[in-house]
Design a protein around this ligand. Sequence first.
Ligand code: WTA
Length: 574
Amino acid sequence: MSSVQPEVLQATAVDANLKSYEEARRTFDWSEVEKAFSWHTTGKVNMAYEAIDRHAEAGLADKIALYYSDANRREAVTFGQMKANSNKFGNVLRKLKVAKGDRVFIFMPRTPELYAALLGTIKIGAIVGPLFEAFMEQAVRDRLEDSEAVAIVTTPALLPRVPVRDLPHLRHVVVVGDSAEVGAEHVDFYKEMEQASEELAIEWMDREDGLILHYTSGSTGKPKGVCHVHNAMIQHYYTGKIVLDLKQDDIYWCTADPGWVTGTSYGIFAPWLNGVANVVRGGRFKPEDWYGTIVDNKVTVWYSAPTSFRMLMSAGDDLVKQFDLSSLRHVLSVGEPLNPEVIRWGLKVYNHRIHDTWWMTETGGQLICNYPSMDIRPGSMGKPIPGTEAAILDDSGNVLPPNRMGNLAIKTPWPSMMRKIWNNPAKYEEYFRMNGWYVSGDSAYMDADGYFWFQGRVDDVINTSGERVGPFEVESKLVEHPAVAEAGVIGKPDPLRGEIIKAFISLRAGFEPSDELKADIAKFVKLGLAAHAAPREIEFKDKLPKTRSGKIMRRVLKAWELGLPTGDLSTIED
Ligand code: WTA
């Protein structure tokens, strides 16, 4: 909020899809975008049809939809093949009596099979729930239980983490693996796919019918199921055009896993709704492999995250020089604050401005962005997309003038806005408590020229390497460890990961602090919940600061950690 002149990186794009941001803001109308889709006339819709079949039927059947590679496998799948494969999987589910509105989870690493299964699920009108392969049993159980999922698609390696016996609604486990590894009680994916027909009667949906469930963390309670509907495609398609700047011949790579909303909205829907070739790289992050993926596929548009860019930065400038990255035309980022330092580095080594974008699982699609034809102010998230309004509100819901910090909010509705929190209408309503605004939980300010600047989270949600982690979930797991009496979890600032998870723990009688115990506790969370949820730092305390009602005061823990004043302690016990 300083008064010094902001750093400005001038726009250089000459033929961006969005010619003038200012003009689009004045003239843009969402109802025009709908005309791109076949359902504009029929009123009946299916996301998977619009993303794949529509192109296959319009002469693009032989165009590559998916360029897949990992350490052992390389495959190109055309729009025609993707249509056939997803149809087959739709038939597999229909044979199992999975029906419209049922929840089907997908719990497997990124492979071409994942994409066929996800699209096939959508084609029969079921609601798809993608899960990170890093999830351990508790995380899988919470999500399947809450949504009363009827089926899950998984692999032999991940199957042991699916607590089938404790999930009475789960009728089918589809296993993607060698037939020898598929038990008689399970459905053999490859065998069923081989027998399934390539013809499928698509389930035509209402635009407000459920499409996808993404579980995400808040500051309290278990992860919540954010439900999106088919109507979201309007925004996915439009932002694919004006933010990703996708054109017919682009080779687009989004590095996110479909377990995260970025990996579906922008790793599946946006590129394919625009009929663009989509690159998927399986396996773990390795700088050499990432640059290799750009070179091998001649990637033109690349969407990644600040943590990844920071890791690439620490891998060094010399590494970049070993790869010919000249195919790149447009580079974007999402998930956490994008440091100005990283933008400057990107300009130096890639010769590209990295375009920051802001949005959330709940918003379903990009909302505040930088566009190729607009100047970038490093450190700013950009400006709201045409057709939407963003503002900074005070705690009573009044719109604040420029340069005042407050609650970042979006005027409702917009096409990809979530339509419910599964089983939790009260939680849903909370987001919309300020008349007609969606309150994001982020604090920010808007400068006099309309650029938005992220300041932090209003709540205790931790953002570590772009992953949203609820402290409550980690604390709940920690106290299951036999040595742990109480636990309080905070995000500690970290140069590489944005934040790391730090746990303050008081031990049960009979346990002594030690490094071995720290390691054991961290491992317990890693194996019980997920690797990214495990605390990287643990500090033992005799006692944790609590309110008189017994709530652990994370704000005090954070102040201790940062060496800041602890603020109002009037509610603390003793
Ligand atoms: C944070 C889905 C700063 C923010 C994409 C938000 C960001 C949360 C940015 C959503 C950005 C996302 N700059 N912070 N460009 N983008 N965030 O639902 O706190 O996993 O509320 O992301 O990430 O996390 P989610």
